[in-house]
Design a protein around this ligand. Structure first.
Ligand SMILES: Cc1ncc(COP(=O)(O)O)c(C=O)c1O
Length: 407
């Protein structure tokens, strides 16, 4: 008997949607627009307004339901949805997006393989690097996060996340992001170094440009490929379209996802035609996806890229980040790290931070709750990564709410 009419969505969520923690946020959202969510508060009636300071997470760079993204989706809906598995048909939204991505990058990064997510982009990047170099060893960083499928999880720099899922991929070694001495561990056995330009889940750790340049140099010396994971930092988040632009370093392979789709699922790994060419033979179809580069996601992504470029959203990200830094001044705040609109606001401990996050989400005197978060590997720091379209007034409002929550 179907009794679901008598059960609330909240009850269905807890009964039937597989849970990944014992304390999900469980916000019920009716609609979203710009930097706001509108929904039903758990405890009372009426509509609740939340300001989204984390972009769910790192996705809504152009805001929720950007009109140009919606228009592109609608236009594509009238033409076709899925047609054929990846790489066989000439699908206009896909080729136009590949071209537009290549235009943002140097000629050595002009071959784009589309995926459905960030972790799949990493899987593809790992495979192509192993195949191209003929080497097995991969190096990643402590406290890195690259995704939850087993290959990407093998790269993760946290034993706690991996322990109960072993055996994972062999041949993975870890180095400390920013520690020069560890560069010696990159050798002629290394197929690739997989690295976030700015470590996100480690609590937004921005390296010195000279360090990334040294990583590049070491990789070149020993014939290892450099893979930059820009899944969280790409698409304008840190003040340039790609974070690596600010460091004067080029990777051999670039991965992106999250903010790329303007709210639709899509990812990509991007390299040179020569490197990517290894998938063409021995065996043919060296990497297969049914849905990767879905035409509707590609249409949304192209509109997203154009909005970010036309509105120069990356240029404003730095100034907006600075405004957060100017406003978030309180004795409980120990430091603010970050670049552009990817910020970590450090408190003494998780025990201090968690009630602040909870109070900011409750609608205080302003009637607006602010959604923030902490980081996977840095639980004393508040994540602030709002849509890049956030206005100065909205930043002031958000900071006032956070300061009230601290108080
Ligand atoms: C740097 C980085 N790489 C990879 C991923 C995995 O992306 P996805 O969740 O789309 O698989 C994430 C997700 O948080 C990420 O932050």
């Amino acid at each position: 008997m179907n009794t679901s009419q008598h059960i609330t969505p909240r009850q269905l969520f807890f009964q039937h949607v597989a849970q990944t923690s014992d304390f999900p946020l469980a916000l019920e959202i009716e609609r979203a627009e710009g930097v706001y969510f509108y929904g039903t508060p758990a405890a009372s009636a009426g509509e609740a307004t939340y300001m989204d300071l984390i972009s769910g997470i790192g996705v809504s760079n152009v805001g929720h339901r950007h009109p140009r993204v919606l228009a592109a989706i609608n236009e594509q809906l009238d033409k076709y949805l899925h047609l054929m598995v990846y790489g066989e048909f000439v699908q206009t939204p896909q080729v136009r997006l590949a071209h537009a991505l290549a235009q943002t990058l140097p000629a050595s990064l002009s071959s784009v393989y589309f995926t459905n997510s960030g972790t799949e982009a990493i899987e593809g990047a790992m495979k192509v690097a192993k195949r191209y170099t003929g080497r097995r060893e991969l190096i990643s960083c402590f406290n890195s996060y690259h995704g939850s499928t087993q290959g990407a999880l093998s790269l993760a720099g946290s034993e706690a996340f991996k322990r109960n899922y072993r055996p994972l991929l062999p041949g993975i070694r870890h180095i400390q992001h920013g520690r020069w001495a560890d560069l010696e561990r990159i050798t002629s056995r290394t197929a690739a170094v997989v690295m976030e330009v700015i470590q996100g889940e480690a609590g937004v750790r921005v390296p010195e440009a000279a360090y990334l340049q040294a990583v590049r140099q070491r990789c070149t010396e020993v014939g290892a490929l450099l893979i930059f994971d820009e899944i969280q930092t790409g698409f304008g988040r840190t003040g340039t379209f790609w974070a690596f632009e600010a460091f004067g370093v080029l990777p051999d392979i670039l991965t992106c996802a999250k903010g790329m789709g303007g709210g639709m699922p899509i990812g990509a790994f991007i390299s040179s035609p020569e490197i990517m060419g290894v998938f063409r033979n021995n065996p043919i179809l060296g990497h297969i996806t049914t849905f990767g580069g879905h035409p509707v996601s590609c249409a949304a992504s192209l509109a997203t890229l154009q909005v970010i470029q036309d509105e120069q959203l990356y240029a404003d990200a730095e100034a907006k980040g600075q405004l957060f830094r100017q406003l978030l001044i309180h004795p409980a705040i120990r430091a603010i790290r970050g670049k552009g609109l990817l910020l970590a606001v450090e408190f003494e401990s998780f025990a201090v931070l968690k009630p602040i996050i909870d109070r900011a989400l409750e609608q205080g005197t302003t009637g607006v709750g602010v959604l923030t978060d902490w980081f996977l590997f840095c639980d004393n720091s508040m994540r602030i990564a709002p849509p890049l379209i956030i206005t100065e007034d909205q930043i002031r409002q958000a900071c006032a709410i956070i300061l009230e929550a601290i108080g």
